[in-house]
Design a protein around this ligand. Structure first.
Ligand code: FAD
Length: 307
């Protein structure tokens, strides 16, 4: 079912059917802060009032034109100005998908997306906002890490995401566990072939622990992004054992998932960053959230049929 759903994430026909149905709205709003920046600002105000910090994602991916890629950059520039005007930049972060900045455009997609990302990172830095590059499917990992290297030459705080489901990730963790390196560790949200990824969830979880150990024992800044409470517990044990200070790592969770746990961890003194997506292009993000938990699909289908 997970693979079928993740395939649906790339179907234009399904996208049209799902996004045009008003019945989907209440379910989508569990995972997405809203259609516009006003809604995003309202959400991050609530989170900061509860002692949480945030990373904002202007939803969008798989851009097919240079104009669309530039519009994505502009949306982020607008976001940074708004956060500054609202006095919300302290500890703020933005998450960016390079495919939204044109990474897959024919011929010069990597050059275009790296250039736009560099403009975006410069503007974020001017406004005191951090940036992390989201990681998409395995075919994009090399290009994304190359862009990361280019961006870090100017702004070393740019973060990246590594996915424990990929065989290559332990080696990537070793390469990137260097001083100051901000690395978000996730399990991975994309359908991947067995040639590059662990097909069994138990192996993905075991790989997560191995990667976590490399990052926590390394010199960088690990961002432990999971709702798996067993892994959260293991992370806490590892940081205690290695004597890491509370400000040398953080937990991250998605908006709408395990909100009580987010608050509990923050109350215990941990830095907890909530990933807050906003915008109208929510379809791909939403389908990946459905695919993560079969119960979500039932809930979604029931909401469609009970109206
Ligand atoms: P799971 O084993 O999937 O879930 C553990 C428990 O969490 C479940 O039992 C359930 O109780 C709860 N849970 C998990 N997902 C859901 C859900 N959708 N709905 C309701 N409950 C749920 N992936 C990428 O590939 N690239 C990225 O750049 C990326 N960025 C991310 C950023 C953050 C801050 C987070 C938290 C995740 C990100 N992900 C990214 C997604 C990640 O790869 C996983 O798909 C997702 O986090 C689910 O895995 P899990 O670690 O929570 O473990």
């Amino acid at each position: 079912m997970r693979t079928a759903l993740l395939g649906a994430a790339r179907s234009d026909a399904l996208r049209r059917a799902v996004t045009s149905s008003p019945a989907t709205r209440p379910v989508v709003s569990r995972f997405v802060a809203g259609d516009d920046l006003d809604a995003a600002v309202r959400t991050v105000r609530e989170l900061t009032a509860a002692g949480l910090t945030f990373t904002l994602d202007h939803l969008g991916e798989d851009t097919t034109s240079r104009e669309q890629a530039e519009a994505t950059r502009d949306a982020y520039l607008h976001l940074f100005r708004r956060l500054a005007d609202e006095g919300l930049t302290a500890g703020a972060e933005a998450s960016v998908k390079l495919s939204a900045l044109g990474q897959a455009l024919p011929r010069d997609g990597v050059r275009v997306s790296t250039g736009l990302a560099a403009e975006l990172v410069a503007a974020a830095t001017e406004n005191g906002v951090l940036v992390t590059l989201d990681m998409e499917d395995h075919t994009t990992v090399d290009a994304t890490l190359e862009t990361l290297r280019t961006l870090r030459a100017e702004v070393p705080t740019v973060g990246a995401v590594l996915q424990s489901m990929l065989h290559r990730t332990e080696a990537d963790c070793r390469d990137l566990a260097t001083a100051g390196s901000r690395i978000r560790l996730v399990k991975g949200a994309y359908a991947e072939p067995e040639s590059v990824a662990f097909p069994d969830k138990a192996d993905v979880d075991r790989a997560y622990v191995r990667c976590l150990r490399i990052l926590v024992e390394g010199q960088g800044y690990p961002m432990v992004a999971t709702h798996d409470l067993r892994l959260v517990r293991i992370a806490r044990e590892l940081v205690t054992r290695t004597g890491r200070d509370a400000d040398s790592y953080e937990f991250q969770m998605l908006y709408g998932i395990q909100p009580a746990e987010q608050r509990r961890l923050a109350e215990e003194g941990a830095t907890v960053r909530v990933y807050v997506p906003y915008g109208t292009d929510w379809y791909g993000y939403f389908v990946r959230r459905l695919a993560e938990r079969p119960a979500n699909v039932g809930f979604f289908l029931r909401s469609l049929t009970t109206r």
